[in-house]
Design a protein around this ligand. Sequence first.
Ligand code: MLT
Length: 229
Amino acid sequence: ILHAGLLDGYDFEGKEVVVIDAFRATSVIVEGLHNGAKSIIPVESVEEAMSIKAENPEVVLGGERDGILIEGFDLDNSPLNYLPEKIKSRDIVLTTTNGTRTLKGVVGASAVYLGAFLNASAVARRVSNANGLVLVCSGSENTVSLEDSVCAGAIIYSLESQVSIKWTDTAYMLKSLFSDNRDNLGEFLSEGEHYRELVAHGFEKDVQFCLQLNKRSVVPCYDGTTVKR
Ligand code: MLT
């Protein structure tokens, strides 16, 4: 059975989980680790991030509120800004509206990976038991989002070529959503609310970047406190 969906009080005990927030939190984390960050520490509030920085001035603060840079932070939530010269060998404390909160909500899982379009096939290769896998789409403000659903579909699509899977209906729907649109992902996703919001904020380059399929091989793993490769 392969599940995919929003959190909703799900029991993660002993399950292998992939958390997805393709626009942009999990793409930022993939890119940050690809570019040499030591770790990413997800936190829920700006205050928590600030207090970690007060005790450890060498950490980099990243994230967004309302899509933009938080006052006093070093980096916003644009994957294009997580460049080696800014983050290599550094710990990044990250707080975003949906992605980091979703991640912190996954408790008791046997393994938690972070997925994006950037690393969809790498994530699929890392999964050890596809039939027990839970894919968690962060969505936006507790609703389903088009891009996370299609990204889950991309991971399922990659899994399919490796193992024989007993689909749930949700997994089958998401895989179809991806495979029906894989040749024009940008055009299909441009109808999405979050895509349009990011473009309106001037982040079109970010969404184009996040849409690159299988560009990275890094698979971020969350141990309940910290994300590392
Ligand atoms: C989030 O975690 O809510 C998103 O990454 C927001 C964003 O696009 O920056």
